[in-house]
Design a protein around this ligand. Structure first.
Ligand code: CMP
Length: 139
């Protein structure tokens, strides 16, 4: 069953480059409602856990190091068809392939420092939201 929710993170480059406000504005202008939001920082252990699904990939160690290199913003979003619509709003993982006007096209620097994360399924959206937020922190 679709929950109409997705999960996003503004990654260390998005925060470091001063894009939090612009990215959140882009997201809300695209029709998403913020259900929960947290400015925080991942330890290497927590980043490794979050990206455990990629642990066999060659970029895993660098990704974990990068994702724990600075503060991030974790956000649960709501909208009809949230997961798919949000992936269209952020654009391709590789910013050089992201469509014009998408968040990664506008704000990302590289495939690793790609400004934002977006869940790839309803199931992972729930898992990732639960990773950062308790029931009491959500609407
Ligand atoms: P994200 O959607 O957060 O999920 C996994 C992340 O791994 C991805 O965004 C990228 O930032 C990062 N990554 C780094 N190198 C690669 C790569 N070669 N292919 C795919 N993802 C990569």
């Amino acid at each position: 069953m679709s929950t109409n929710r997705t999960f996003t993170m503004i990654k260390p480059d998005g925060v470091q480059n001063g894009h939090i406000g612009a990215i959140l504005n882009h997201i809300t202008q695209a029709g998403f409602t913020i259900i929960a939001m947290k400015y925080t920082r991942l330890t290497t252990e927590r980043a490794g856990e979050f990206y455990a699904v990629h642990s066999a990939r060659p970029f895993y160690n660098d990704l974990v190091k990068y994702m724990s290199s600075g503060p991030i913003v974790a956000v649960i979003l709501e909208k009809e068809n949230a997961v798919e619509d949000f992936r269209n709003v952020i654009g391709a993982t590789d910013p050089t392939k992201a469509e014009k006007g998408t968040i990664r096209n506008l704000y990302a620097k590289s495939i690793e420092a790609n400004a934002v994360h977006g869940s790839d399924s309803d199931e992972n959206a729930a898992i990732e939201g639960n990773f950062f937020f308790s029931m009491l922190e959500r609407f």
